[in-house]
Design a protein around this ligand. Structure first.
Ligand code: TRP
Ligand code: SF4
Length: 329
């Protein structure tokens, strides 16, 4: 059976509304990558179950994220956009991989240690085997490249190790996927406390109306040494400045940098400019999302066709795996 070759696979969890951090850190690159390569983009709803979300909220979040996929310009004719749970093979392959993975390797995963903390014996097993399911997400499509943020590099290394181990034990079936780090360094939250995330409420929703963008940007933490209007600031430590780099034209960014250092520019004006530029840049995305609200069929159809394509590729890999490990084919 002839199936399509997949160059790129990535996944994102449907947890709450997509925000500017998700967009700059990941989704924007996804759109760029589909120009030249065959891309599969997956909403990892099975991974989301590790936090036991409210069932209706999970369904809603998955659909909303698919709507965001289309609104930012992912093209369902080119890229396969689908829900992980609509391709049954992910969980099957994850089981085969679990049987090849030493517990020690998963105990070393930083993300697991962060999430489980001192409660290792109490967290659910899904949180522990999460990276194995992630390896299955990638390897079931025999994808070569995986665009991810810095925090996923360790999980990618594990996926490579699993591919090598499978190939060694059962014969070569999987290529080793490479992580492709996004150019945008991780996007800080507005409170300066680390990564932008909805759970810390330090985010700007991607579909926020202009008033909300202004309101949130106004509260953003800036250079802590700039206590008075006349104090010179340090753009390199200011969160607002780094966001300017993503939303304001080059020339403006240079003017802001100078204005900040010389104290000619105050934070209030600087933030107002950022909010205006951000609102203008995100307006087309919001308009497309609103249009899709009136045509939910288009979102559902994109997911259905994406899942069909994904299932076709996954079925071929899975048959190879079943054959290799000694299950009936
Ligand atoms: N663990 C990833 C994250 O938290 C999400 C993810 C799941 C993923 N499966 C994937 C990313 C496969 C890339 C490829 O960001
Ligand atoms: Fe940050 Fe702008 Fe204030 Fe400088 S002027 S500290 S870049 S908000």
């Amino acid at each position: 059976m002839e199936t399509e070759k997949v160059d790129v696979l990535s996944g994102i969890q449907p947890t709450g509304e997509a925000h500017v951090g998700n967009y700059l850190g990941a989704l924007k690159q996804w759109v760029e990558m589909q120009e030249a390569r065959r891309c599969f983009y997956c909403i990892v709803d099975l991974h989301a179950l590790t936090t036991q979300p409210d069932p209706e909220a999970l369904r809603r979040a998955s659909f909303d994220l698919a709507r965001v996929f289309l609104a930012i310009g992912l093209d369902p004719e080119r890229s396969a956009l689908f829900l992980q749970s609509e391709v049954p093979g992910h969980a099957d392959l994850a089981w085969v991989f679990q049987c090849l993975t030493p517990m020690g390797e998963l105990q070393r995963m930083t993300q697991f240690k962060d999430k489980a903390g001192a409660q290792q014996g109490k967290v659910n097993v899904g949180l522990f085997t999460y990276p194995v399911l992630q390896a299955a997400d990638i390897l079931i499509y025999r994808a070569r490249e995986v665009p991810v943020g810095e925090d996923q590099v360790q999980h990618l290394e594990l996926a490579r190790e699993i591919a090598r181990r499978f190939n060694r034990v059962y014969g070569k079936l999987f290529p080793e996927p490479r992580a492709r780090l996004s150019r945008a360094a991780r996007i800080q939250g507005l409170d300066g406390s680390g990564k932008m995330s909805k759970s810390r409420n330090n985010h700007i929703p991607l579909l926020a109306p202009p008033e909300e963008i202004h309101k949130r940007v106004r509260k953003a933490v800036t250079d802590p040494q700039r206590l008075r209007r006349d104090d010179p600031g340090r753009p390199e430590v200011c969160n607002v400045f780094s966001l300017h780099g993503h939303f304001s034209p080059e020339a403006t960014v240079r003017e802001i940098e100078e204005g900040c250092r010389s104290a000619a520019l105050g934070c209030v004006d600087c933030k107002r400019m950022l909010a205006e530029n951000m609102a203008a840049a995100l307006a087309p995305i919001r308009e497309r999302a609103e249009a899709l609200d009136r045509e939910p069929e288009r979102v559902r159809e994109a997911l259905a066709s994406g899942a069909r394509r994904a299932r076709a590729v996954a079925a071929v890999t899975l048959e190879g795996v079943r054959d290799a490990v000694g299950l009936p084919v």
